[in-house]
Design a protein around this ligand. Structure first.
Ligand SMILES: Cc1ncc(COP(=O)(O)O)c(C=O)c1O
Length: 444
């Protein structure tokens, strides 16, 4: 593993001169639609630190959007992927198969919730996994409708854009979107009109009412939800909501799909976030954290559903690439060996304790939520009106960036600061990042 020093060090303006030079080149050649949260160019990354080309060391509270849970250069990922690179880079599993793919599917069967017979198919990106989960659910049910939720995010392909709630920047100008996608309410406790304690049952009742009245339960192939909604603002559906939706799906022959692409693989302190309420999804989509930074995604689910698709109906040239599979086996090995679920729980304890103390001082923090190392603060102009404070979120993020702490924003209203540190981050570094956040709140 490369030895990136595990400390924060800001030696130039952020971005520094070398990054600015690269950014100028980038602007001349990279499409403007591809954005970057913080245009410091990366030299190395590992543990909880990103080193830029100017020699700055940034504390990483982003993990490349919840990907490098095991770190960006985890020993087992590097070792296994490097060995695989020596052997072969690609044959295409659909042409001549290889063991790594099978091993990843075995691991997914072992780790995902439920002790029923399971099968998996591997892909390249989260969006592709979601698309395939819908294909499989339609093939199994012989139905067409797909139900998704307010604040949901599922990707940037045509179908998954349509399944995503937020217009800007994901959908604006990119329509028309795929038909037969329907959106229903989710139990967003902090903003539920009758209070968080009522959000679970009331939102479930509304969602079910909309499905039955406007779509017809018999027409629904799949209900797709993130057990913790990521891009939408780290919204944990209020307790009782998910079990009610799962029961409705079961009662009506609908395939329940948990999109664990952001929340899965130890991120929330459990292998999968849906375990929190004992949910056993019919299908589960994974990506991001699965392979330590290499592009891999999967759909895993009940064998009879997965096998309902005709031979040759699923696949893709690169899906389950052997190097990415080797990376996944290395990442899973690391998660088990270092007990990254335990680490995520400890991160939650430290973060929530510190953030609660900050909330007492700064009423800008309207809500603290999330689980494990998937924690967010929702910023509001006033704790009673809860008017979203998007400008404050942007200013706070900028303050952190300038001080060498990489944080990301999210949320339908753009007013949520989210913290997704690598699960291997040291506790001192974690606290130092929070010190910077606290100073930023004071500076605002
Ligand atoms: C819950 C969820 N689903 C799907 C996706 C899409 O994944 P990808 O960007 O790999 O296509 C994301 C990405 O942020 C996500 O968070």
């Amino acid at each position: 593993m490369n030895a990136v020093p595990q400390e924060r060090r800001v030696v130039t303006a952020i971005p520094g001169p070398k990054s600015q030079e690269l950014q100028a080149r980038r602007l001349g050649t990279v499409a403007a639609g591809v954005g970057s949260t913080l245009p410091v160019f990366t030299k190395r990354a590992g543990g909880g630190v990103i080193e830029d080309v100017d020699g700055n060391l940034l504390i990483d509270f982003g993990s490349g959007i919840a990907v490098t849970s095991v770190g960006a250069s985890a020993e087992a990922v590097v070792r296994r992927a490097s060995a695989q690179l020596q052997d072969f880079t690609h044959t295409c599993f659909m042409v001549t198969p290889y063991e790594g793919y099978v091993e990843v599917c075995e691991a997914l069967a072992e780790l995902t919730p439920g002790d029923h017979a399971k099968k998996s198919a591997l892909f390249n990106s989260g969006a592709e996994a979601v698309e395939n989960a819908v294909k499989i659910a339609r093939s199994y049910t012989k139905r067409q409708a797909v139900v998704v939720f307010d604040h949901g995010y599922h990707g940037r392909t045509n179908l998954t854009m349509g399944m995503t709630a937020k217009n800007m920047p994901y959908k604006q100008g990119f329509g028309p979107f795929a038909p037969e996608v329907y959106r229903v309410p989710v139990a967003y406790g902090y903003r539920w009109p009758t209070g968080a304690e009522n959000a679970g049952p009331e939102a479930a009742a509304q969602a079910i009412d909309t499905i039955t009245k406007q779509i017809g339960a018999d027409n629904v192939a799949a209900i797709v939800i993130e057990p913790v909604l990521g891009e939408g603002g780290f919204i944990e559906p209020a307790k009782g909501f998910l079990p009610a939706i799962v029961k409705f799906a079961d009662d009506n022959g609908i395939v329940f799909v948990a999109d664990e692409i952001q929340a899965g693989f130890c991120r929330t302190g459990q292998w999968f976030a849906c375990e929190d309420e004992g949910i056993v999804p019919d299908l589960i989509t994974t990506a991001k954290g699965i392979a330590g930074g290499l592009p891999l995604a999967a759909v895993t689910g009940r064998a009879e559903i997965m096998d309902s698709v005709h031979g040759g109906g699923l696949g893709g040239t690169y899906g389950g690439n052997p190097v990415a599979c080797a990376g996944a086996l290395g990442a899973i090995e690391t998660m088990k060996e270092l007990d990254l679920n335990g680490k995520a729980k400890r991160i939650e304890e430290v973060m929530k304790g510190r953030l609660a103390a900050m909330q007492e001082k700064f009423p800008l923090i309207g809500d603290i939520r999330g689980r494990g190392a998937m924690i967010a603060i929702e910023l509001v102009k006033d704790p009673v009106s809860k008017e979203p404070a998007a400008e404050a979120a942007a200013a706070l993020a900028k303050y952190c960036h300038n001080e060498g702490v990489l944080v990301l924003t999210c949320g339908t209203y753009g007013n949520v600061l989210r913290f997704l540190p690598p699960l291997v981050i040291g506790e001192e570094l974690l606290n130092e990042g929070l010190d910077v956040l606290e100073a930023g709140l004071a500076a605002l």
